[in-house]
Each structure stands twice: as C-alpha cells, then as structure tokens.
Design a protein around this ligand. Structure first.
Ligand code: HXC
Length: 260
C-alpha cells in the first residue's frame, strides 16, 4: 500500500483516477533507484486495480523531475551499468497499458523530460521547462531522449536540444507538439485529473486498444499500422462493451460500461 513509499505519493483524486506524485522535494524530484522502484511497484498495483482507469503522474510546482540523480549516478563504472543494464527498468512505465497523463510544472530535465515523454498525454503549466542537458554532464539522454524527442520535434529541433543542452519553454513545447497544451497557472494537476477522469469514464478495453493503436504508429509502417488498427477494431466486436455502447446510442441512453 501507499504507506510503504518514501519517494512518491499515491492518491485517488477522482473516481477511476489514480495519481502518482513524485516526492523528493529537496532534490527537485531527481530520479534515483528508490524512486523508480517505488514508481514501478505502484504502477504494477494500479495495472491490476479495476478501480483505476487512468493515471496522473506529476511532481511539484517547482519540478516535475530535474533528471536522473546525478549524485547517485556519478561514480558508477561501465561494467556495473552494462551488466545491470542501468536504466532499463526505468522505462517500465512505457509498457503500462492504461493511459498516463503527465502534469508537468517546473523542471522536466533529462530523465524528467524522458519520463514525461513516456506518458501518453502531457499537459504543461506555464512555468514548465523541458530539456535534455545530459551533454553538459559528458553523457547523452539514456531513457528515450534521442528517440522520443526526435519523433515529437523532428530532427533539427531535437538535434539542437540534445547537442546544445539548452532548455525549452512550455510555450515552445506546445508549439512543437511535445505537449497537448499549456494550462492556466496553478491548474495543471486539476486539468490532468479532469482529462484522466474523462478517459476513466470510457470502457477500459476500448481505451487500452486505442492506446495500443496510437503507440503502434511509432513502431510500424503505415500499411502495417492500418492493418493492426483494423484488427484491433474487429476484436472489439467480441466485447460486451461494443454491444453496450452501440445499443446505448441506438436507444438514446448513456452507456454503462462493463469492461468486458
Ligand atoms: C541530483 C539534484 C538534481 C539531479 C537538482 N538536484 N537536480 N540532485 N540530481 N539531477 C539537487 C541539487 O543538487 C540541490 O541539492 C537541490 O536539488 C536543489 O537544486 P538547485 O540546483 O540548488 O536548484 P536551482 O538553483 O533552482 O536549479 C535547478 C536546476 C538545477 C536548474 C534544475 O538543479 C540543475 O541544473 N539540476 C540538474 C539538471 C540536470 O542536469 N538533469 C539531467 C540529469 S542526467 P542541495 O543538496 O545542494 O540542496 C539525466 C540522465 C538521464 O537525467 C538518464 C535517464 C533517466
């Protein structure tokens, strides 16, 4: 349960919505192994929790996360990081099958930016600051920064960010399509919970299939992606929720999803 965590908080801000708050305020939510261990454990619990339809991931006003914990990482040797496949389990969140909405305030740097990009939807506060400053530490992004940022921003912008290590603003992130939108100051978590609540109110099977379909667009050719999408669509006709949803429309009623 939530009581066992030291670096995250888990709450249920709305029906169907679980919220994970990164909580190492003194280190600006720098991501260390304890935090990731707890984040992964919390997600595993939520993945089998039928009362959770969607997850909100957030940090503090000042920092979503200021990156991997540099102090924990600085003395590591090649043999150790290679043998242990350092960072591999940090990306477990990207395989979570329910949607995750990131509410980003303040710094989302390095691993913090990468963590946000592993989520399905990103909403930004006006003070959000994104960046991949790893080049300034003598390394490069290690949890998706060279890949997901490039998918989102295109080559030239991604190269500029990754090679110079300069940060970019919430407004730029929105203009470039990295985030859905910038919300009013102080409202980013509420807004993320609202979006998550809307998603949690849908049938869970269709939601998961939709997430799989959109993610496939990043892995497949158009022909294969369209084929995969059509098969997912066909499969939903084997669910009760498809009958429930379409009959509700025909009968002018509100659908009562069964997640079956
Ligand atoms: C460890 C960190 C940290 C980090 C901040 N802190 N970021 N500790 N790892 N990534 C700690 C500081 O050491 C300090 O601790 C406290 O948090 C407050 O930070 P300050 O620097 O005093 O705050 P401020 O002056 O407001 O500057 C904020 C900041 C700066 C611009 C975000 O902290 C910063 O540049 N942080 C590092 C950002 C970074 O390089 N991130 C990428 C990391 S590499 P004390 O004890 O002094 O109070 C990475 C690799 C990705 O992420 C790998 C895949 C996951």
């Amino acid at each position: 349960g939530p009581g066992e965590y030291t670096s995250i908080l888990v709450s249920q801000p709305a029906p169907g919505v679980s919220q994970i708050t990164l909580n190492r305020p003194k280190a600006l939510n720098a991501l260390n192994s304890t935090l990731f261990h707890e984040l992964n454990a919390a997600l595993r619990t939520l993945s089998s929790d039928d009362s959770t339809g969607c997850v909100v991931l957030t940090g503090s006003d000042k920092a979503f996360a200021a990156g991997a914990d540099i102090k924990e990482m600085k003395d590591k040797q090649f043999a150790e990081v290679y043998k242990g496949d350092f960072l591999a389990h940090w990306t477990e969140l990207s395989g979570f099958r329910k949607p995750i909405v990131a509410a980003v305030s303040g710094y989302a740097l390095g691993g913090g930016c990468e963590l946000a990009m592993m989520c399905d939807i990103i909403l930004a506060a006006p003070n959000a600051v994104f960046g991949q400053p790893e080049i300034n530490l003598g390394v490069i992004p290690g949890a998706g920064g060279t890949q997901r940022l490039t998918h989102a921003l295109g080559k030239s912008r991604a190269m500029e960010i990754v090679l110079t290590g300069k940060n970019f603003s919430a407004a730029e992130a929105a203009e470039w399509g990295l985030v859905s939108r910038v919300v009013q100051e102080g409202a980013v978590v509420d807004e993320a919970v609202k979006v998550a609540g809307k998603i949690a109110g849908k049938g869970m099977l269709a939601v998961q299939a939709a997430k799989e379909g959109v993610n496939a667009a990043y892995e497949m050719s158009l022909t294969n992606g369209l084929h995969f999408e059509r098969r997912l669509f066909h499969q939903l006709f084997a669910t009760n929720d498809q009958k429930i949803g379409m009959n509700a429309f025909a009968n002018k009623e509100k659908a009562k999803w069964t997640n079956s």
